[in-house]
Write a protein that binds this ligand. Structure first.
Ligand code: ES4
Ligand code: ZN
Length: 338
């Protein structure tokens, strides 16, 4: 249709995409076999009995933690540099088809180093895919290193120091840090020290906050971790003052509509605070989060928002411009994107 074409053609930036969350059930089973990685016994979890069973299971997540259980099992099949390269190149190919010009992708190094896959294997594979995507599609991208919040601050710091020692923040391979995994019970202030080190070194910062957690997770991310973005942030509307502050300070909120429905943060896309954000001038982008798990890539998310809210050309222009301005690329690239 016309709107679908319009949204496809709209120059998009993706800021909230976990590369491990772009692992489809088909690729999961293929790599499990190729790499001899055992999957859970179907006698204990029938979801692993077949491709179809796993796909069906992904349609019925009950919470963030329910999803994360499958997310961490899924990524256990990623072993070699080439696995990470294929995974990321497949994502970039799809993103390009969806009209993405610039993508900032999260990766979870601890989820790999904890199962003896070296940090450099992960990053080398991702970087190889980034180079191919830029050459083949003109798609630019950045990596954002996420800490797993269910692990300790000490563990996060070990990961951070490894990236620092390889020069990945100063040479531009990693554009910033983020915080993901189980939110409730793991507030951002646990990671205050590693965020303070990053701030001091001029490294950009974001954190998942206000997905399942209340508004204190958002305010602590901003006040204590000094984040320049908030990932998800849908519960921001529960605190009017905080909402106005986010608008005033031009903090980018990275929304993931289909994710929020699949993880039951809302019952439907129409419940998301899209209208409130537009009316209050809160800058936000629309993203896919874990597209292989949540039933849609970025264009599906854009279309779902349009279907629920019927936004105007002016609204879409605001969203597209906020996404470009909030990107962590250099000013020259931003100028080209605008
Ligand atoms: C995630 Cl949706 C979501 N929330 C928190 N952490 C995550 N890691 C991957 N997807
Ligand atoms: Zn996320």
């Amino acid at each position: 249709s016309d709107t679908h074409q319009f949204l496809q053609d709209l120059p998009k930036c993706e800021h909230h995409l976990h590369i491990e969350g772009s692992l489809s059930p088909a690729l999961l089973f293929r790599l499990a076999k190729a790499n001899n990685v055992p999957l859970p016994d179907p006698a204990f979890d029938p979801s692993f009995a077949s491709l179809e069973a796993l796909e069906a299971r992904y349609e019925h997540f009950t919470s963030l933690n329910d999803f994360l259980h499958y997310y961490f099992i899924g990524m256990s099949v990623l072993i070699t540099e080439s696995d990470f390269e294929s995974l990321a190149y497949e994502y970039f190919t799809r993103a390009h088809q969806d009209g993405v010009h610039h993508a900032e992708i999260f990766f979870d190094p601890q989820a790999h180093t904890h199962r003896k896959i070296p940090y450099s294997t992960v990053v080398n594979g991702l970087v190889a895919a980034q180079k191919r995507a830029e050459k083949d599609f003109g798609l630019t991208s950045k990596l954002i290193l996420c800490f797993l919040r269910h692990l300790s601050e000490t563990d996060a710091d070990v990961t951070y120091q490894e990236a620092v020692s390889l020069g990945h923040f100063s040479n531009g391979i990693v554009a910033g840090i983020g915080l993901d995994s189980s939110e409730v019970g793991f507030p951002p202030e646990i990671f205050r020290e590693v965020y303070a080190s990053a701030a001091e070194a001029g490294i950009r910062r974001t954190a998942h906050a206000g997905e399942e957690g209340d508004t204190t997770y958002i305010s602590k991310a901003l006040d204590i971790c000094k984040t320049q973005r908030i990932d998800h942030g849908i519960r921001l509307v529960e605190d009017e003052k905080l909402l106005q502050r986010v608008a005033r300070e031009k903090i980018l909120v990275t929304m993931c509509p289909l994710s929020n429905v699949r993880l039951r943060c809302v019952t439907k896309v129409a419940e998301l605070p899209v209208r409130r954000f537009l009316d209050e001038g809160v800058r936000f982008s629309i993203n896919s989060d874990d597209p292989a798990y949540f039933g849609g890539y970025i264009l599906d998310n854009y279309c779902a928002v349009q279907e629920a809210f019927g936004l105007s050309l002016k609204d879409w222009r605001f969203i597209a411009e906020a996404a470009i301005e909030g990107s962590w690329c250099d000013e020259v690239r931003k100028h080209v994107l605008l």
